[in-house]
Design a binder for this molecule. Sequence first.
Ligand code: F6P
Length: 341
Amino acid sequence: MRIGVLTSGGDCPGLNAVIRSVVHRAVVDHGDEVIGFHDGWKGLLEADYRKLDLDAVAGILARGGTILGSSRVQPAHLVDGVERAKGHVAELGLDAIIPIGGEGTLKAANLLAQAGLPIVGVPKTIDNDIASTDVTFGFDTAVGVATEALDRLKTTAESHQRVLIVEVMGRHTGWIALHSGMAAGAHAIVVPERPFDIEELAGRVGARFEAGKRFAIVVVAEGAKPREGSMEFDEGGKDMYGHERFAGVARQLSVELEERLGKEARPVILGHVQRGGTPTAYDRVLATRFGWHAVEAAHRGEFGMMTALRGTDITMVPLAQAVETLKTVPQERYEEAETVL
Ligand code: F6P
């Protein structure tokens, strides 16, 4: 079998572990040949690739990022994108393509699968918002980074009697905010799933100071928005690929909270630090299992499918189903967290 692998969309700790696992399972156990496309779908569209053998993936398990490079280019961005991809798959004699990516990448994977290409998707994102899989690798690492940052921020917030509003990633969902906020014992968690009321938030933070506490930590997901009419809010715009370019919810919250509470407030934006660096052991294991099962699915001819974690098992789910909706933070998970804030 000849397999092509690529990593597309925002990078994520654990991508290299998947690539390594695909190569090991395919080359060692099945005698396959594996090629890696450079910079995501762009590599497939331009037939820009290299051969991946055991030497090529040696020593990459613990490395963050992706040895193949990534980009946000998608076949649908080009008029002849799908046809071009099909042409290169035929020319290169590929029997399977394993794209590793998040929401946008999996939508593109589904499109190509519907067009008849032999695709087995692997979900990734630090945001943990892919439906049909209990967890995506990268999330555990990102939550660890955010939790450590929150722990550290508590000491400086206390020294200065400040409110620190810490913005974590999460365009559409608040999983990183919820988990890091719970793990670090934040005092308010603000997620996109529940538009916030600025007075209510100020009331919650203010009550802490009234109770004699010296500081407060608010964790906010970058995609969070106020309730309609609650405060003036700049949502930002879109980048060249149609992705949100946020104006900065933490910055805007710091102004509003400082004004209402008469306490110094500072925004802290964790940004891409949450995506960089070495993956946790959990993420390495999940990524490795996804890679192994993607190769197996390819050998069974199960195309148009995606690897998924269900409980402790890896299963295959249809790509079309996986891209239908996002996995949002359920109300009950938010309530569990609220009790201990
Ligand atoms: O999709 C993962 C993610 O980390 C989002 O949480 C974030 O909004 C986005 O990527 C940032 O992407 P970029 O690297 O293009 O700025």
